[in-house]
Design a protein around this ligand. Structure first.
Ligand code: AP5
Length: 218
């Protein structure tokens, strides 16, 4: 049986903090479109060049670029028994495209895990965020690495993200997440897909405990 799950929530909700751990425990690939796009930026690909301006402004990269990238990724062998998607779908057209792709293979999204965190907490968290080139996420105060400036997981240097300035974060939260991404929940509700909302506040371990429990409830 396949297990196709979405982790969902506003920027800074903790998706990138929680999803790698959850995916590893469930034996699923963690597929994060933000990480994939940042890898394209670093590698200087044509997709990266086309995505750069949108990402720096905190706007969505055009659907045709992101959908093609995601469809290629979920066609790979490691995603055939399921996946934990993070950052996709970001609007209803992306959800419709994903559903159509899965339906062609007799699959569907089986559950949404929604991390709920308010705007002020999001801005507070993102203002201290540090990331490594492999997408591992830390926070200068709330979740610091053992050695300052170095990723505990892979030893790579840590840096701030270009789209983590407070004005850009508010754009991502208000104009993108609330306006375009939240409606994806309604789309899956209409399809009868199970959704569990999880309080995203508290320590990362507390949030993980709630998430793990939620997966068992799905
Ligand atoms: P993406 O990388 O997906 O960014 P996002 O959804 O805005 O999410 P974030 O990565 O900002 O937050 P997160 O929920 O992962 O939080 P994190 O765990 O890091 O997308 C970036 C851009 O790419 C988009 O703006 C867009 O341009 C483009 N893009 C991506 N996908 C796209 C798509 N499908 N379509 C079109 N464009 C797309 O946590 C945040 C901070 O808080 C960290 O420092 C962490 O250490 C800390 N923290 C985490 N949990 C806690 C806690 N419990 N307590 C205290 N601090 C905590």
């Amino acid at each position: 049986m396949s297990r196709n799950l979405l982790i969902f929530g506003p920027p800074g909700a903790g998706k990138g903090t929680q999803a790698p751990r959850l995916a590893a425990e469930l034996g699923l690939p963690h597929i994060a479109t933000g990480d994939m796009l940042r890898a394209h930026l670093r590698e200087g690909t044509e997709l990266g060049a086309r995505a750069k301006g949108y990402m720096e402004a905190g706007d969505l990269v055009p659907d045709e670029l992101v959908i093609a990238m995601l469809v290629d990724r979920i066609a790979q062998a490691d995603a055939q028994a399921g996946f934990l998607l993070d950052g996709f779908p970001r609007n209803v057209p992306q959800a419709v495209a994903l559903d159509a792709e899965l339906q062609g293979a007799g699959r569907r999204i089986e559950g949404l895990l929604v991390l709920e965190v308010g705007e002020e907490e999001v801005v507070r968290r993102i203002s201290g965020r540090l990331v490594c080139p492999n997408g591992h996420t830390w926070h200068a105060a709330f979740n610091p690495p053992a050695t300052e400036g170095v990723c505990d997981t892979c030893g790579e240097p840590l840096a701030r993200r270009a789209d983590d300035e407070p004005d850009v974060v508010r754009n991502r939260y208000r104009n993108v997440y609330l306006a375009e991404t939240e409606p994806v929940r309604g789309h899956y509700r209409e399809l009868g897909t199970p959704e569990i909302a999880i309080d995203g506040t508290g320590t990362p371990d507390e949030v993980y405990g709630r998430l793990r429990h939620a997966v068992d409830e799905l």
